[in-house]
Structure formats: structure tokens, C-alpha cells
Design a protein around this ligand. Structure first.
Ligand SMILES: [Cu+2]
Length: 343
């Protein structure tokens, strides 16, 4: 027994000495995760987490980023909004830690920019296809047939097309590429959100866009990851900061392919829901909506109590694969002060 212990002690001390020698000789590798954290390790990196070609995407920035275009006035008083949208299909993005995927992008991101206009504005979208395949932009909404982005595929390597139509109807609509095979062009990321505001504005609110999406990273026509705004679990690790007694308005669009339905459950609260956002009177007061492909709407709510509240797909498979987030509800200091002074 003593001999055995002595042998173990000898081997252990040899190992300590030997491993110290290895450590001294090894260089630390530095890599960056999608959240921007810098990680150092002397171990093998089986899945290098950073490459120069990684598409930068910040779900927190995307959340409240609305693109109103270059605005000018026509002689008849109509507001003209001009946008430039560039398609690409050769970029690589880290869609989840260590998972790199060939995203097809509008203006370099998935989803593309959130385009926003008021009902009746004239939209001019200068589309440039810098990809290697044919692409288009098909807007949901009302417009002439030749502006529908279906029968006029735009060639790659610099092909151009100008989409021009009047914004309408009021609501939240998706836009996406409509080239065949459609599923392939959509699931790689060629989609975004198009908001048409009513002429008489909705009440002021903390406004956000959430695109519910997924990624089939092993090409078996089943999604491996799900998210609100592309990066799985992002808003769980980076809770969305909101205030008590403040109106929150979310433009939500379901772009998940392969799975017939998605849904949106809010904790500790209920929301008013306007399907497609086309009516100014809500249709439901609920904590749960179900959405099929490209189904969308506007949610409005206020939190009375501060604290941490989950929002997620009640389809548990989706939430466990990334479609989950947190609202961090902070005490509304402004409201408190105005209460104290009775203003
Ligand atoms: Cu396409």
C-alpha cells in the first residue's frame, strides 16, 4: 500500500513539473466571441471563434434602429424616401458561439435594415445585387405588379433595379428575396422589416423590432438555432432595458422557415395585439400569439412592477435552442418625480 502511494506521489510530482514545462513553452491563443469577449487559452481551439470575415451584427443596435431613408419633397408635396439596398451572398457570420454560417445579406446584416415610411410616401429603393446569384426584393403590401420583385430577377455581380411605389397599407410588413429556390434564398437571411406608419402617428412609445428567425446550419431542412433578431439567447445574456409605466411597442415578424408555426409569450404581463398592424384598434389582449410564416403584428404593453421578465417561444424546443430573452424593467425615475411633485 505504502509503495503504491509513493508511486502515485512520484508520478504526480513528475506530472506537475512536466506540465509546468509545457505551460512555459506554450503561447496563449487569443480569440473573440460574437459578444465581443476576448478569451485566451493555451488549449487547442477546435472551433476558432473569430475570423476576419465575420459579419458584425449587434442585436441591441438592430432592435431600435429605424431607417427612414433620404427624405425630399416632390413638387406636389409628396414625401419621397430613397433607400439603397445591396445584396450579398458570400459573407460568413458567427450565428452562434463557434458556428459559422454563410449568410446572404441585405446591407450586410440579417435581418436587413428596417425600412420605415408614412402611408402615402413615395418609396424609391435602389437595389444593387453584389452577390453571385440572382436576387430580388419582394415587399409585402400594395404596389404595381412590376414592383413585386418576383418576375424581374436581378443578376449578380452588380445588377441593379429600382423599386418605386407608394407606401401602404399602414402596418408592419416583411420584405424578402423572391428568387427560386425561395426557401434557400430566405433561410440564408435575405429578409427584413418594412413599417408603414399611419399619417396620424401612434402614441409615443419605446419602439422595437423583433424578427423571429432560425438557422439550418447542417442543411437538413430543420432549424438548429432559433432567435429573436438572429443571435440565439442574445437578449437573455443582454436583457433589454425598459421602464415601468412606459408604453412599449414591438413590431414582430415571424421569418422562421421549415417549422409551420412560431409563437411569442410574455411573462408577468399581457399585451394588446394588432395583427399585421393594419388596424389602430387592437384585436386581442393576450400573453401569447401564434404566427405562421411571415405572419406579423404589433404588440403594446406597459409593466407596472420593476424586475426581470422572460419573453420567449412557448414552443419549448425553440426557446431551448435560442429564442428567449429578458426585459429588465427599471423603476421609471421620471414618473416617480412627477408623482412626487404632483405634475
Ligand atoms: Cu435571393
Amino acid at each position: 500500500m505504502m509503495a503504491l502511494i509513493a508511486t502515485i506521489v512520484t508520478i504526480s510530482s513528475l506530472f506537475v513539473a512536466f506540465s509546468e514545462g509545457i505551460t512555459a513553452q506554450q503561447q496563449e491563443n487569443v480569440f473573440v466571441t460574437h459578444s465581443g469577449a476576448v478569451v485566451k487559452t493555451t488549449g487547442d481551439i477546435l472551433d476558432p471563434l473569430y475570423t476576419a470575415s465575420t459579419v458584425e451584427f449587434d442585436p441591441m443596435e438592430y432592435l431600435r434602429d429605424f431607417n427612414y431613408g433620404r427624405v425630399s419633397q416632390l413638387s406636389d408635396g409628396t414625401t419621397l424616401r430613397e433607400f439603397t439596398i445591396i445584396a450579398n451572398d458570400d459573407e460568413i457570420m458567427e450565428v452562434s458561439t463557434g458556428i459559422f454560417y454563410n449568410v446572404w445579406t441585405f446591407n450586410g446584416t440579417v435581418p436587413g435594415p428596417t425600412i420605415r415610411a408614412t402611408e402615402g410616401d413615395l418609396l424609391r429603393i435602389n437595389f444593387i445585387n453584389n452577390g453571385s446569384k440572382e436576387h430580388t426584393i419582394h415587399f409585402h403590401g400594395i404596389h404595381p405588379a412590376e414592383m413585386d420583385g418576383v418576375f424581374e430577377p436581378v443578376g449578380g455581380n452588380g445588377g441593379q433595379f429600382v423599386y418605386e411605389f407608394t407606401a401602404g397599407p399602414v402596418g408592419v410588413h416583411p420584405y424578402h428575396c423572391h428568387v427560386m429556390p425561395l426557401e434557400e434564398h430566405i433561410v440564408h437571411g435575405l429578409y427584413g422589416v418594412f413599417i408603414v406608419d399611419p399619417k396620424e402617428e401612434r402614441p409615443p412609445a419605446d419602439e422595437m423590432v423583433m424578427v423571429l428567425n432560425g438557422f439550418d446550419t447542417d442543411f437538413d431542412t430543420e432549424n438548429n438555432f432559433y432567435a429573436a433578431n438572429t443571435i440565439p439567447f442574445y437578449y437573455q445574456h443582454h436583457p433589454i432595458q425598459i421602464n415601468t409605466d412606459e408604453l412599449i411597442r414591438i413590431y414582430v415578424v415571424n421569418m422562421v422557415e421549415f417549422d409551420p408555426i412560431n409563437n411569442f409569450h410574455l411573462h408577468g404581463n399581457l399585451y394588446k395585439y394588432y395583427p399585421t398592424g393594419t388596424d389602430l384598434v387592437p384585436s386581442f389582449y393576450t400573453d401569447m400569439i401564434t404566427l405562421s410564416q411571415t405572419e406579423r403584428g404589433i404588440m403594446e404593453f406597459e409593466y407596472e412592477y420593476p424586475g426581470k421578465y422572460l419573453f420567449h417561444a412557448h414552443k419549448v424546443e425553440f426557446s431551448e435552442k435560442g429564442w428567449t430573452g429578458i426585459f429588465m424593467v427599471n423603476d421609471n425615475e421620471e414618473e416617480k418625480e412627477s408623482d412626487e411633485y404632483g405634475t
